[in-house]
Design a protein around this ligand. Structure first.
Ligand code: IMP
Ligand code: MG
Length: 173
C-alpha cells in the first residue's frame, strides 16, 4: 500500500490552478492553434484537465520518454519510447509535463523538439521542484512550485507506477 505522509495539493487547489492556467494560455495564444504535447505517462491526467480549460483550438499528441536510472533518481540519459504522430514544423507547441525535477528530461525534450522547427515552444509543468535542478530551464507555465525535496505522488505522479490515480498530490514516504 502506498503511504502518503502529507497532502500538498488538494483536489480543489488543483482544479482552481488548472483553470487559471487554461485561461492564461488561452489569452497568450489567442487567434492561434496550439499543439499541446503531453509527456507520458505522468502528464496524461493533468493534460486531460488542462486542454478542457483551454478556449482556443488545440491539437494534442503525446510523447513517451524516460530517463535511465531507478525509481526515484534520474541518471540524466533520456530515451524516447514513443515519438509524435504530428508534424510540428511551423506550429506553436506547448509541452505539458507533470513535474520538472532535475530538468534533464525537459531539456532533452526541448532540444529534440527545437530541431523540428516549431514556430514557438513553451513548457507547462503542473509542478516545479527546483531543489535538485541540474540545468537552467525556462518553464513558462507552472501550477505549483514545491520547494522541498520529497518524492511526490498523485495526479499522474507515481511511485513505482502506484498512485497516479490519486485526485490530490502528496508526499510519499
Ligand atoms: P527530471 O528529468 O529529473 O526533471 O525528472 C522528470 C521526470 O521524473 C518526471 O517526468 C517524473 O516522471 C519523474 N519525477 C521527478 N520527480 C518526481 C516526483 O516527485 N514524483 C514522481 N515522479 C517524479
Ligand atoms: Mg514523467
Amino acid at each position: 500500500m502506498l503511504q502518503i505522509s502529507e497532502i500538498l495539493c488538494t483536489e480543489e487547489m488543483i482544479k482552481t490552478r488548472v483553470r487559471q492556467l487554461g485561461e492564461q494560455i488561452s489569452k497568450d495564444y489567442e487567434g492561434k492553434t496550439l499543439y499541446v504535447i503531453g509527456i507520458l505517462k505522468g502528464a496524461a491526467i493533468f493534460m486531460a484537465d488542462l486542454v478542457r480549460e483551454i478556449q482556443i483550438p488545440v491539437k494534442i499528441d503525446y510523447m513517451s520518454v524516460s530517463s535511465y536510472g531507478n525509481a526515484t533518481h534520474s541518471s540524466g540519459a533520456v530515451r524516447t519510447y514513443r515519438d509524435l504522430d504530428m508534424d510540428i514544423n511551423g506550429q506553436h507547441v506547448l509541452v505539458v509535463e507533470d513535474i520538472v525535477d532535475t530538468g534533464l528530461t525537459m531539456d532533452f525534450l526541448k532540444n529534440s523538439l527545437y530541431l523540428r522547427h516549431p514556430a514557438s515552444l513553451k513548457v507547462c509543468a503542473f509542478l516545479d521542484k527546483p531543489a535538485k535542478r541540474k540545468i537552467h530551464l525556462e518553464i513558462e507555465y507552472t501550477g505549483y512550485t514545491y520547494s522541498g525535496e520529497d518524492f511526490l505522488v498523485g495526479y499522474g505522479l507515481d511511485a513505482a507506477e502506484e498512485g497516479r490515480n490519486l485526485p490530490y498530490i502528496g508526499t510519499f514516504k
